[in-house]
Design a protein around this ligand. Structure first.
Ligand code: B3K
Ligand code: ZN
Length: 859
C-alpha cells in the first residue's frame, strides 16, 4: 500500500465552494446526486484534471455544466474529470447500499436507521469528492424517504424546508452556512425521539438543543443534556467561544466505531456516551459522557471553525480538544482526581505506544491508513504537549495565545505550526526548541541525581529520549518540571518552582537546606516524561502522606509500589527487603485509609495500584504473568494486613446513600477499592461482602464493583450474580456489554474458557463494535487472559483479527498493537505473539488498516 508523506503536501488544484446533495433514502439502496460548484484554486497547480476521491463507488452519471459527458476516467477507486474553464458545475450520481456497509464508514444502517461517519475518509464512500480537509464547502442537503421508516430527517446546519411526497414519502432540506470539509458532513434518518432543551449564548442567541435516541431511551439522556449545556457555558467562560448556529443536534447510534463524531451541528454519538441512569450506568460512565459530550462540543471551534490542513495535523484539533475537555471535566468535578485519571490513561495507553513498533510523533510524518493514527499519542500526548505550553505561559497568557489562534485562523484549514506560532505570539513564549515535541516520538526519560553540601541541595537532571522507528537520534526537548523541596525537619517546602530542563543535562541548586530535602518533582505531572530517581521508601511514604500537591501524593504512592514490584519480579529482593517493601507500602496505605483530611474520591484514587501495562513499561523485557502474580500477591498481603481497617472502611462507605454528589461518588469509589483488597486477602469474606453488596445495590456502580470481585472468585455467588445480571438487564445492550466485559476482564483461573464460551453466546456478535470490544478488547488488556503461558490468549486475538477484518477493518486494527508488543515480552511468549502476527500477515485480502499495523509490528 502507498505511503502518504507529510512533506508531499500540495494545495488542491480545484476548490469546491458549494455542494448540493440530494439523497433518495433506502436501507438497501440510497441514491445520491451531488452537484459540485468547482473553481480553480489560484494557490494550486494549474492542472485541468479534477481529482475526486471515491471508495467502492461507481459513477452512474457524470454531467458538467448540465451536459452529460464522457470525459471522465477512473484512477483506481477515484474519478478524474477533465475541465477546461475556470469554474464549472459538476454533477455526479452514485448509489450505495447502507445495509451492506459493515465497516461503519460512509452511509450505513444501524437498527433500521441511516447514519453517516465521514472522518477521516468516509465521505468518499457516499459520493465522489476531493475528500481532504483543506477543501471547504457550504452544504445544501435534500433528502427524501419513507415517512414511516424515517420520520426524522437530519443533516448539518438548519432545516430550511420540509414537505410530503407521494407514496408515503417526505423530504427535508438542510443548509449549513459554515463552510466545512467533507469529513464534517452528516446525515441521519430514522425513527427517533428527542430530549429538547434550549441554551442562550452570552450574546443572546437562542439555541435549540436536541438529543435524539430510540423511543424508550429518552429518560436516559438528561445527564448528556446537562453536560452539553455545561459545555456550552464553559467554553464561553474558559475560552471565549460561543456557539454559532440556532440548532445543535446529538444523535445516539448503537453501531459506532469510536466514541462520537463532531459533525457540524449534528454530532453523532455511540450510545455509550449518551445514555445513563443510575440503575444502568456507573459513575465512570457518567464521567465518560460528560467528557465526550464536552469534547465533541468543543470541536465546534477547535476542529470545525478552525480545521486541519491535512491529516498529519490531526493533533491540532485532537490534542487541543482533549486538553479542553480535560480542563472542562476538572472544572466540573475534582481537578486533582481528573489529573490522576488522565495520567493513568496516558501511562496505560500512550507510554506503551511510544516505546513500541508503532511509535510516532504527535504530528506523524507518514501513514498508510490515517484511521490508524487516531491514537493515544495524537490525542493524549498531544494534549500534554499543549498543556506544557499552558504551564509555561500561565493560564492567562495561554488564553491570549488561544484567542489569537482562533482570530487568526477562523474559517481556515490550519497546521500545528500555525497553532504554535499563535501561542508563541499571543502568550509571549519562545517555542523554537519546543517544536521538537511535535516532531519526535518517544517518552523522554529524566534521570534525577540529588546531592547535598553545606546548605545547598543540588539536583542534576539528565534527559534521554529513546530511539523510535525511523528516529534513531533525538535532540533535547524543553521539559517544564514543577518542583518542591521539603525540609525534613519542618515537613514543609518554601514554595513550588517551575524549572525547565532544555539541555541534555543540567544542575539546579537550592539553598537553605541543613539536611538533604525530600524531592517532589514533576508535580501535577507537568511534563509527559518518565522520572528516574532513586528514592528511599521513607521519602516516598512521607510524600504519599504529606505532599500538598495531590497528584504528587498519588505519584509517591505509585512509585512506592512500582519500585517494590519491579524489584520483586526481577528477583532482586531478599526476603527481608521484600518484607520491608511491603511494610512501607502497608504504612502508606494505612495512612490513606485513616487520613481524615482526604475526601473519599481522592482516597479511592490513592488506593488504585499501578496497572500491569505500566509496570511492564518499567523494564526492557517483561514477564507480564509474573508481574500480574506479584501484583496480586501484594493485594492479598495488603488485604490481610489491613483487613480490620478495610472492613471498617467498607462498612462506613456502604452506609452512604446513593446520590451523584462528590461525597457519595467518593464513597462508591472507596467501596470498590476496599472490596477488591478485602477479597484478595480473604476470598470467603470477599465473596460474602460482594454478594451482599450486589444484592443490596441500587445503582450500577455498586452492582458492577461487586460483580467484578465475584467474577474473580469461584463459588455459587459468582454464578448467582452473573445469571441475575443477565436476566435483569435483558434488552439493554450497553449493560449486556458490561456482562461480557466483566467476565472477559476477570482473573478467574478459567477466564480463557469463559471467553471462548461467551463468544458462542446468543447475545454475542462481531458486527457490533461495542459488543466485540466488550469481549475481546477487555480480554486483550487482561494480563491473565492475554498472556496465558499456553499462548491461547494470543491465538484467540489473532483469530479474532482474521475474522473481524473483513467485517470492520477500523475496529480490527485496534487489536494489533497488543500483539505488536512482543519485543518487550519474555522470549517464549514473544515467539508466540510474533507467530500470530505472521499468521495474520499471511492472510490474503487483509485491509490496509490491519496490513499497516501488522507489517510495522513485525518490522
Ligand atoms: N474526530 C472523531 C474521531 C474520528 C475517528 C475516525 N476514524 C472523534 C473525536 O475525536 O472527537
Ligand atoms: Zn476529537
Amino acid at each position: 500500500p502507498p505511503v502518504i508523506r507529510r512533506e508531499d503536501y500540495q494545495p488542491p488544484a480545484w476548490l469546491v465552494p458549494q455542494i448540493a446533495l440530494d439523497f433518495r433514502l433506502g436501507i438497501e439502496e440510497t441514491r445520491v446526486t451531488a452537484r459540485l460548484s468547482v473553481r480553480r484554486n489560484p494557490a494550486g497547480s494549474a492542472a485541468s484534471t479534477l481529482h475526486l476521491n471515491g471508495d467502492q463507488l461507481t459513477p452512474l452519471a457524470v454531467r458538467v455544466d448540465g451536459e452529460a459527458v464522457n470525459d471522465w476516467r477512473m484512477d483506481g477507486a477515484d474519478l478524474l474529470v477533465e475541465l477546461t474553464g475556470e469554474a464549472h458545475e459538476v454533477e455526479i450520481e452514485t448509489s450505495v447500499n447502507p445495509a451492506a456497509n459493515s465497516q461503519l464508514m460512509g452511509l450505513y444502517a444501524s437498527n433500521g436507521m441511516l447514519c453517516t461517519q465521514c472522518e477521516a475518509e468516509g465521505f468518499r464512500r457516499i459520493t465522489f469528492f476531493p475528500d481532504r480537509p483543506d477543501v471547504l464547502s457550504t452544504y445544501s442537503v435534500r433528502m427524501a424517504g419513507d415517512k414511516g421508516q424515517f420520520p426524522i430527517l437530519l443533516s448539518n446546519g438548519n432545516c430550511t424546508a420540509t414537505g410530503e411526497g407521494e407514496d408515503g414519502t417526505h423530504w427535508a432540506e438542510w443548509h449549513d452556512p459554515w463552510p466545512k470539509p467533507a469529513y464534517l458532513f452528516a446525515l441521519v434518518a430514522g425513527d427517533l425521539v428527542a430530549n429538547h432543551a434550549q441554551f442562550t449564548t452570552r450574546s443572546g442567541r437562542r439555541v435549540d438543543l436536541n438529543i435524539w435516541v430510540r423511543s424508550g431511551d429518552e429518560q436516559r439522556t438528561q445527564h448528556a443534556m446537562d453536560s452539553l449545556i455545561n459545555s456550552m457555558k464553559w467554553d464561553e467562560e474558559a475560552f471565549g467561544r460561543e456557539y454559532d448556529l440556532d440548532l445543535f443536534n446529538v444523535v445516539a447510534v448503537s453501531d459506532f466505531n469510536m466514541g462520537a463524531m463532531e459533525n457540524k451541528g449534528l454530532n453523532v454519538f455511540n450510545t455509550r456516551y449518551v445514555l445513563a441512569e443510575p440503575e444502568t450506568a456507573t459513575d465512570a460512565d457518567y464521567d465518560g459522557i460528560e467528557s465526550v459530550i464536552g469534547h465533541e462540543y468543543f470541536h465546534n471551534w477547535s476542529g470545525n471553525r478552525v480545521t486541519c490542513r491535512d491529516w498529519f495535523q490531526l493533533s491540532l484539533k485532537e490534542g487541543f480538544t482533549v486538553l479542553r475537555d480535560q480542563l472542562f471535566s476538572a472544572d466540573m468535578g475534582s481537578e486533582a482526581v481528573k489529573r490522576i485519571e488522565d495520567v493513568r490513561v496516558l501511562r496505560a495507553a500512550q507510554f506503551p505506544e511510544d516505546s513500541g513498533p508503532l511509535a510516532h510523533p504527535i504530528r506523524p510524518d507518514s501513514y498508510q491508513e490515517i484511521s490508524n493514527f487516531y491514537t493515544a499519542t495524537v490525542y493524549n500526548k498531544g494534549a500534554e504537549v499543549i498543556r506544557m505550553m499552558r504551564t509555561m505561559a500561565g493560564p492567562d497568557r495561554f488564553r491570549q495565545g488561544t484567542d489569537l489562534y482562533f482570530d487568526r485562523h477562523d474559517g481556515e484549514a490550519a497546521t500545528c505550526e500555525d497553532f504554535v506560532k499563535a501561542i508563541e505570539d499571543g502568550a509571549g513564549l519562545d517555542l523554537r526548541q519546543f517544536r521538537l515535541w511535535y516532531a519526535q516520538a518517544g517518552t523522554p526519560q529524566v534521570a534525577v541525581e540529588a546531592s547535598h553540601e553545606g546548605d545547598v541541595a543540588t539536583l542534576t537532571l539528565t534527559q534521554t529520549i529513546p530511539a523510535t522507528p525511523g528516529q534513531p537520534e533525538k535532540q533535547a526537548v524543553p521539559i517544564p518540571l514543577r518542583i518542591a523541596l521539603f525540609d525534613r525537619d519542618s515537613g514543609r517546602h518554601a514554595g513550588e518552582r517551575l524549572i525547565v530542563l532544555d539541555t541534555d543535562s543540567r544542575s539546579f541548586a537550592f539553598e537553605g537546606f541543613a539536611r538533604p530535602p525530600v524531592v517532589s518533582i514533576n508535580r501535577g505531572f507537568s511534563a509527559p516524561v518518565a522520572i528516574d530517581m532513586e528514592r528511599s521508601n521513607e521519602d516516598l511514604v512521607f510524600l504519599a502522606a504529606h505532599d500538598d500537591d495531590p497528584f504528587a501524593r498519588y505519584e509517591a504512592m505509585q512509585s512506592l509500589v512500582v519500585q517494590h514490584l519491579v524489584a520483586a519480579v526481577g528477583g532482586g529482593l531478599s526476603e527481608t527487603a521484600r518484607a520491608e517493601g511491603r511494610k512501607a507500602i502497608g504504612q502508606a496505605f494505612a495512612a490513606v485509609l485513616s487520613d481524615d483530611g482526604l475526601d473519599d474520591l481522592m482516597r479511592g484514587e490513592l488506593m488504585v495500584l499501578p496497572g500491569v501495562a505500566y509496570l511492564a513499561e518499567q523494564v526492557l523485557v517483561a514477564d507480564p504473568a509474573a508481574i500480574h502474580e506479584e501484583r496480586e500477591g501484594l493485594k492479598a498481603w495488603l488485604g490481610s494486613e489491613l483487613a480490620e481497617s478495610l472492613v471498617a472502611l467498607h462498612d462506613r462507605v456502604s452506609g452512604v446513600p446513593y446520590s451523584r454528589d462528590a461525597a457519595a461518588r467518593g464513597a462508591r469509589k472507596t467501596k470498590a477499592q476496599a472490596l477488591v483488597l478485602i477479597a484478595a486477602g480473604d476470598p470467603a469474606e470477599g465473596a460474602r461482602r460482594a454478594i451482599a453488596q450486589y444484592r443490596a445495590a441500587d445503582n450500577m456502580t455498586d452492582r458492577q464493583s461487586a460483580l467484578t470481585v465475584l467474577c474473580n472468585l469461584e463459588g455459587p455467588e459468582r454464578e448467582e450474580a452473573l445469571a441475575d445480571f443477565l436476566r435483569r438487564y435483558q434488552g439493554n445492550a450497553l449493560v449486556i456489554d458490561k456482562w461480557f466485559a466483566l467476565q472477559a476482564g476477570s482473573f478467574h483461573p478459567q477466564v480463557l474458557q469463559h471467553i471462548e464460551a461467551l463468544s458462542q453466546h446468543p447475545e454475542f456478535t462481531l458486527n457490533n463494535p461495542n459488543r466485540a470490544r466488550a469481549l475481546y478488547m477487555t480480554a486483550a488488556v487482561n494480563p491473565k487472559a492475554f498472556h496465558d503461558a499456553s499462548g491461547a490468549g494470543y491465538r484467540m486475538i489473532g483469530e479474532l483479527i482474521r475474522k473481524l477484518d473483513p467485517i470492520n477493518p477500523q475496529t480490527t486494527a485496534r487489536f494489533v498493537p497488543q500483539l505488536g508488543r512482543w519485543r518487550r515480552i519474555e522470549p517464549a511468549r514473544a515467539a508466540m505473539m510474533r507467530a500470530e502476527l505472521e499468521k495474520i500477515a499471511a492472510q490474503p485480502g487483509l485491509s490496509r488498516d490491519v496490513r499497516e499495523q501488522v507489517s510495522k509490528s513485525l518490522g
